[in-house]
Design a protein around this ligand. Structure first.
Ligand code: CO
Length: 196
């Protein structure tokens, strides 16, 4: 069962040690990532790989449609740990074009629990309906909404007690909003960064 995954893992671990014999021993002692990545669960958007970082270099939280909901204990426990314990310098909220979560949020049909989860995206669409109405196609509309969603989640991180408390203490942490393109593998900076 899933033997291929164990084989892949054994090969990967062996290759790692071959190029850096101390790699795992060093990592096992501590992690000191400079970045927290908050991204979509989509299997095509693997955080480490996209930004070319090794294990130990980026702390990661992913959920469907990269949402930061103030009542989400999971997300906020990650954010608090990243900021207060790991002392990351950058929090990156990264959405992606072609996000199934964003598309599903617009669907009139109910999809059960996931529709509840995605409800905040519908609210963003309602709030920014005028801007979205200028989109020339359905995909342009959805892409724009992906960007607006990232902007909103950057606001949610920035307005959180974890981040405002950190800024009040004088801790340097910057919040960024990016979007990844599934079609070209490239990141776009939305230039909505926030710092103290
Ligand atoms: Co997605």
């Amino acid at each position: 069962m899933l033997e291929n995954l164990f084989q892949n893992n054994a090969t990967w671990a062996r290759d790692r040690v071959r190029s850096d014999p101390e790699f795992f021993r060093r990592l096992a002692r501590q992690q000191a990532p400079e970045y927290l990545w908050i991204g979509c669960s989509d299997s095509r958007v693997p955080a480490n790989e996209i930004i070319g970082l090794d294990p130990g270099e980026v702390f990661v939280h992913r959920n469907v449609a990269n949402l930061v909901i103030h009542s989400d204990m999971n997300c906020f426990a990650v954010l608090q740990f990243a900021v207060e314990v790991l002392k990351v310098r950058h929090v990156i909220v990264c959405g992606h074009y072609g996000c199934g979560g964003v598309r599903t949020a617009l669907d009139e049909e109910s999809h059960g629990v996931i529709s509840n989860w995605l409800r905040p995206i519908r609210e963003i669409a309602d709030l920014r309906a005028d801007e979205l109405a200028q989109a020339e196609s359905r995909s342009a509309f959805e892409d724009k909404l992906c960007e607006f969603n990232v902007q909103r989640q950057v606001d949610n991180v920035s307005n959180s007690t974890v981040v405002t408390d950190a800024w009040r203490r004088g801790q340097e942490v910057t919040i960024h909003g990016w979007v990844y393109g599934l079609k070209d593998g490239l990141l776009r900076n939305l230039h909505v960064s926030r710092s103290a």
